[in-house]
Ligand binder design. Structure first.
Ligand code: CUA
Length: 368
């Protein structure tokens, strides 16, 4: 038997450890912590949280204080068997506990409603427009004015308002960049939108926040906020890549480019930029007839990306992670459609050899 005192100390130690863990998870510097804001919109959410949080603390202290006071002050004394005084109705008390919750609700409601209207107001005319499409399990980003289609890395110029149009290609997802804005659901056949202005350069982690199938937790993306001239250079580089002919000199990259076409990668992935949007649509319709369900990430500027497999792995320059991904996608990201489609629709019998994998990787990494 564990002595009772020791037992309660153990419980106390466990509770303290749990509390410490909970507090550690509030570290603002963590990549997905909402306790650090890099946009005015995220800052407003943080302010709202502070108002509601402190109101809750005040309610907790008052209610628990009265409760503990009453428990101690009015506890039945030993050998005291008299009946306490019985009362019915107390007008000041009843008015008090009607007004107090009304005040609490007002403290929470007024700033919340103000912020809801603020969120619903249209962003400035010169906002950067991006069409976001959620797919099982990756993100597509289309910049209609810049004529750029990319995937899993959202590039934004710093201090310019952005307006995101949110669509889904299949099921309900949720678009979430913790340090930049709150979550918004991404729903098939219903467009939502979201605005914010990133005020700090850097890389922000982001994640699908609505369970959407087996690889939901791996449906990540990154937001890269950079100086406007860096963003412009990225757009220009995309267009240069979109028109650059495939290498044809017998190098690994050239072999890889041939494999990319001959082994069916091109059926789902575009590498020649937005000009192929129509082709992609035609493919997609064809896929729908033939039960192929989704187009796959546009790889035009794949070599410029810092991550692969929807933010899951670093896209290291040596290509180690890319080769692992190409040789056995399912072991890297269970549920992804690449292995499934490649075996069912393209060539069930032939797996890529190690040489082919490294040639394909060399080609993809050269797209920068
Ligand atoms: Cu998409 Cu979870």
């Amino acid at each position: 038997m564990i002595p009772r005192q020791l037992k309660s100390r153990g419980v106390l130690a466990l509770l303290s450890m749990a509390a410490l863990l909970v507090l550690l998870s509030c570290n603002p510097a963590d990549n997905q912590s909402t306790f650090e804001a890099a946009s005015p919109e995220a800052q407003k959410l943080l302010d709202l949280l502070a108002i509601i949080g402190w109101a809750a603390v005040a309610v907790f202290v008052v209610v628990e204080g009265i409760l503990i006071y009453a428990v101690i002050r009015y506890a039945r004394r030993r050998n005291d068997n008299t009946m306490p005084a019985q009362t019915h109705g107390n007008t000041p008390l009843e008015i008090g506990w009607t007004i107090a919750p009304a005040i609490v609700l007002a403290v929470i409601a007024v700033p919340t409603v103000i912020y809801i209207f603020d969120l619903e107001s249209e962003p400035p005319e010169d906002s950067l427009n991006v069409i976001v499409t959620g797919h099982q399990w990756w993100w597509e980003f289309e910049y209609p004015e810049e004529n750029v289609i990319t995937a899993n890395e959202l590039r934004l110029p710093v201090e310019r308002p952005v307006r995101l149009l949110l669509r889904s290609d299949d099921v309900i997802h949720s678009f979430w960049i913790p340090k930049l804005q709150g979550k918004v659901d991404v729903i098939p056949n219903n467009e939502n939108w979201l605005k914010f202005t990133p005020m700090e350069t850097g890389e922000f982690y982001a994640q699908c926040a609505e369970f959407c199938g087996v690889a939901h937790s791996h449906m990540r993306f990154r937001v890269i906020v950079e100086e406007p001239d860096e963003f412009d250079a990225w757009v220009a580089n995309y267009h240069e890549l979109a028109t650059r002919p495939a290498p044809a000199d017998g190098s690994d990259e050239a072999q890889g480019a041939q494999l990319f076409a001959s082994r069916g990668c091109l059926l789902c992935h575009a590498v020649n930029g937005p000009a192929s949007a129509e082709a992609r649509l035609a493919l997609k319709e064809g896929f729908e007839r033939g039960e192929l369900r989704f187009p796959a990430p546009n790889l035009t500027n794949f070599g410029t990306r810092g991550t692969l497999a929807a933010g899951l792995l670093d896209n290291d320059a040596g290509g180690e992670n890319l080769r692992a991904w190409l040789s056995d996608p399912d072991s890297v990201k269970e549920g992804n459609r690449m292995a499934e489609l490649a075996t069912v629709y393209i060539d069930p019998d032939s797996e890529l050899s190690a040489l082919e994998v490294s040639q394909l990787a060399a080609y993809l990494l050269s797209l920068k």
